[in-house]
Design a protein. Structure first.
Length: 341
């Protein structure tokens, strides 16, 4: 039988000591890390970027099919993705957890193994946090801190008419991953049949272990590209693009045929009788970067195989549209994920 250590046997300080005993500092900006009342950070002339996210069991994740290690990794990724979306480099995180007594120390160790794996991969320091009992469910709150050269941060409000709309990677995979996992969970609950993920490692991976687009931000720096606006795609491409248009007071034209869809995901969407374009527009949780650049940067952008140009920004009066493969023009609507519904 697997060993089970009750968390209560350690006490809060004992638990924090246990979870952070191998915590190493990677960034010069981290002056004082875990172990004091607060961490001390000095970004040495850079501007500081801060973002926070709350992840709730039953709303943002389902532990019946989410391994705790993957959840730890993803919790870090979704937070630092917001830092990259500002054209900044993440440097530190603080993490707070609420959990009930159904969680053992071994379970938290699994979760933290994922947290540390992401911190190592993205070169981020864990510098503090808090733990508490929760009456129900697992609660994760992470604040990410990053740095950026003064005034090189990118907001949602800088898009200009004629700017190119670009996106990194491929879209819609995470939504399809969620669809198959939810389907198999339902079958398991009703019949007890073992899940059959049909060899769909790509889409399941897109949901359970997404990556933040550190490479794209590094490419901007190398190629001397300054996006005019940017955000990450957590709630679906259409709703994110509408945010940029609203904040920038512009319109847009998207081309369906330009949307980057993964072939494997596309095939599986058809099998489920879903429209791959709808998955890309409304799916969410892809954590790709959506950004606009001036046309002068087109030659640089097209050199990067991970970036697709999917449309352009227009004057606000022209509205927000998508042009289908058949050449029809439709209003772009946000049908993305709404956490409050």
């Amino acid at each position: 039988m697997e060993e089970r250590t009750e968390i209560a046997s350690l006490g809060e300080f004992g638990l924090i000591d246990h979870l952070t005993n191998n915590n190493e500092t990677k960034n010069a900006s981290t002056i004082l890390s875990v172990g004091d009342d607060a961490a001390v950070i000095d970004h040495f002339g850079k501007q500081t970027v801060i973002s926070t996210d709350l992840l709730l069991e039953g709303v943002h994740f389902d532990l019946s099919y989410t391994p705790l290690k993957h959840l730890g990794y993803k919790s870090v990724v979704v937070n630092i993705s917001d830092i990259y979306a500002m054209n900044a480099t993440p440097t530190q995180i603080v993490i707070s957890l609420g959990f009930s007594n159904r969680f053992s120390l071994e379970a938290l160790d699994e979760f933290y193994a994922g947290v540390y794996a992401a911190c190592d991969f993205y070169n981020v320091d864990l510098v503090g946090g808090d733990t508490s009992t929760s009456q129900r469910g697992f609660v994760i709150s992470i604040t990410a801190i990053g740095e950026v050269t003064p005034d090189k941060y990118v907001t949602r409000s800088g898009a200009k008419p004629n700017d190119l709309i670009c996106v990194s990677g491929e879209l819609g995979g995470a939504f399809l991953g969620l669809t198959i996992l939810e389907r198999e969970k339902k079958i398991f609950e009703e019949t007890g049949a073992q899940p059959d993920l049909e060899g769909q490692a790509y889409i399941v991976g897109r949901l359970l272990k997404p990556e933040a687009r550190k490479d794209i931000i590094e490419y901007f720096a190398e190629a001397d590209i300054m996006p005019t606006s940017m955000m990450d795609i957590s709630d679906g491409l259409s709703s994110e693009l509408l945010h940029i248009c609203k904040q920038s007071e512009t319109g847009c034209v998207l081309y369906e045929e330009k949307l980057p869809l993964n072939d494997e995901a596309k095939e599986f969407a058809y099998k489920l009788q879903l429209d791959p374009t709808a998955c890309a527009l409304s799916g969410g949780e892809d954590y790709e970067l959506l950004f606009t650049v001036s046309q002068a940067d087109f030659e640089k952008i097209k050199l990067n195989p991970s970036i697709s140009v999917i449309g352009y920004i227009t004057e606000a009066a022209e509205g927000k549209h998508i042009i289908t493969r058949a050449g029809n023009k439709h209003a772009l609507v946000a049908q993305g994920w709404n956490h409050l519904k």
